[in-house]
Design a protein around this ligand. Structure first.
Ligand code: 13P
Length: 256
């Protein structure tokens, strides 16, 4: 992390977990842990818990995010939720293009781009997810894959908007598997992403964008990953569902 240049952000991606009472309980456990902490703490909860989460984090520094957003503001899109709706309910962040959405729900680089634009237009901070599959890493095309994902995600987005985004590098083979990228692999990919941003928008934007690592980040490995220069935070799945583990990670981001 380089805190003098950019914000350290630890975000929990709760995925499809926690009913409203369960969400309230986890937030109650998190509150004392996050009190006075020296990094941005975000919890990305299921749509059904957004209102309860926004209410529960009042008067704390914890921010609330969603896990997806539709690209239209309203209309005949059964089952979808727009940026306007998320903003109105009090969400500040939204995860876009998570690999589970790409894998199971037909998300493409094009829809990631449209959702990112919609989130920015709606005043939300997009957490744009990129990352290679296992076979892509084994075929030595990680750089090509991640570069393409970044280029397409940011197509048509200006520098001022790009500077407002957060990017999460999540190698798909590391998500939910217990296999973490090595510190060096995480650093290398985050640096590559920063280089792509620099090519698109110049050094000052590239230097200012928070780039997270995600994929089996946990209480044991967080400090080492966050010690890397271009790893500015984490997008945490499983370990964000346990207050004690998430607490260790946000403390590691405070110290780093
Ligand atoms: P895990 O931390 O469970 O591997 O999940 C990572 C992730 O997908 C965060 O978005």
């Amino acid at each position: 992390m380089k805190k003098e240049l950019r914000k350290a952000i630890i975000a929990g991606n709760w995925k499809m977990n926690k009913t409203r009472p369960e969400a309230q309980q986890l937030i109650n456990e998190l509150k004392p842990i996050a009190n006075g902490i020296g990094c941005e703490v975000v919890i990305c909860v299921p749509f059904t818990s957004l209102a309860a989460a926004v209410e529960a984090v009042k008067d704390t520094g914890i921010k609330v995010g969603a896990q997806n957003v539709h690209f239209e503001a309203n209309g005949a899109y059964t089952g979808e939720i727009s940026a306007v709706m998320l903003k109105e309910i009090g969400a500040e962040y939204v995860i876009i293009g998570h690999s589970e959405r790409r894998q199971y729900f037909g998300e493409t680089d094009e829809t990631v781009n449209k959702r990112t634009k919609a989130a920015l237009a709606g005043g939300l901070i997009p957490i744009v997810c990129v990352g290679e599959l296992l076979w892509e890493r084994e075929a030595n095309i990680t750089e090509e894959v991640v570069s393409r994902q970044i280029k397409l995600a940011f197509a048509g987005i200006g520098a001022a908007d790009a500077a407002k985004t957060v990017i999460a590098y999540e190698p798909v083979w590391a998500i939910g598997t217990g296999v973490t990228a090595t510190n060096e692999q995480a650093q290398e990919a985050c640096k590559l992403i920063r280089g792509r941003l620099e090519a698109l928008y110049g050094k000052s934007v590239a230097d200012s964008v928070t780039i997270q690592y995600g994929g089996s980040m946990n209480a044991q490995n967080a400090a080492e990953l966050l010690a890397k220069e271009d790893v500015d935070g984490g997008l945490i799945g499983g370990a964000s569902l346990k207050a004690a583990d998430f607490g260790v990670i946000i403390k590691a981001a405070t110290v780093g």
